[in-house]
Every structure is written in structure tokens, then in C-alpha cells.
Ligand binder design. Structure first.
Ligand SMILES: [Zn+2]
Length: 155
């Protein structure tokens, strides 16, 4: 995973995303409405779990992969992101989930920043395509690594 995404995920897990609610501490005059949907205050929970674009992304990813990306609280979400499940067959979907979340999160955050700082409209199709590309790149990277380990094992 690219370093900037790792850092971003770490900030998310520390609850240190600079959402509009967070920014309002220093800029009380600024609106706290979500930059993507404008329907609710932009909290970390809203952005990562409740915003319509996010809900749709986790829903489509769940359908496409069979993973269950359905979290009712930030604690559940953070647990899924940060606790590696033990390596056993029944825990595989859990480990798989950890690979799916960062690219989705990163793409949502990028879409939100485009809306907030550049006035761009958020199209779900763009979020979906970018997430899939990131997953593909990451998958290729992992496949490359396992090939290297495999070859080293052969030598
Ligand atoms: Zn929203």
C-alpha cells in the first residue's frame, strides 16, 4: 500500500481526520455540512459509515467480494481495520476485509477533498472505479511479492 495511504489510514484509526466538525473548532463560521452530501454534519462516523456515497461503496464492495463491510459503529470499523484475524480458514474473510477498506477509505477522502477544496461533484462511478484500480494495483503488488518469496524459496 502506498505510504500516503498508510499514513491516512493511521490518522483515521487515531480519529484524527480533519473533518469539517473538527475544522469548526478553529473556524466556527464555516459550515459543518458534509462536503459530499451536504445532508448531515461531517463527522468521521458520517464520512466513513453513513454518507450515501460511502454506504453505497461498502455495499457494492460487499456484493462484489462476499466480504461483510457493514459496520454500525466506528469502534467496529476500527477493529476491522486494525486487528489482524488469526490465520485460519474461517478467519480469511476477516483478513480480506482489511485489504478492501483502505483503498475505499482513501477514495472517499479524495472525493470529499475534491468537493470541499475544488468544488468538484462527487460521482459514485468515479469513486467505484478509483477504488477498483487501487485494489488492482495493490493486488498486483501482493502477487509480485509472493512470486519473489516463492522464487527465493526455490533457490
Ligand atoms: Zn455526507
Amino acid at each position: 500500500m502506498p505510504r500516503k495511504i498508510k499514513i491516512f489510514v493511521w490518522l483515521t484509526l487515531q480519529n484524527r481526520l480533519l473533518t469539517k466538525i473538527y475544522r469548526a473548532k478553529w473556524r466556527p463560521a464555516e459550515s459543518t455540512d458534509c462536503a459530499m452530501c451536504q445532508a448531515e454534519p461531517e463527522s468521521v462516523k458520517h464520512l466513513l459509515l453513513r454518507c450515501p456515497a460511502t454506504v453505497r461503496l461498502w455495499g457494492e464492495l460487499s456484493r462484489a467480494t462476499g466480504a461483510s463491510l457493514n459496520y454500525s459503529s466506528l469502534t467496529e470499523f476500527r477493529d476491522a481495520m486494525s486487528n489482524p484475524a488469526p490465520l485460519s480458514a474461517h478467519a480469511l474473510p476477516n483478513r480480506f476485509t482489511r485489504l478492501l477498506l483502505p483503498p475505499g477509505l482513501w477514495t472517499i477522502w479524495r472525493g470529499r477533498n475534491g468537493a470541499l477544496f475544488r468544488g468538484q461533484r462527487v460521482y459514485f462511478e468515479n469513486i467505484w472505479d478509483t477504488t477498483l484500480h487501487l485494489l488492482q494495483d495493490w493486488g498486483r503488488h501482493l502477487a509480485g511479492l509472493s512470486r519473489v518469496y516463492y522464487l527465493e524459496g526455490e533457490l
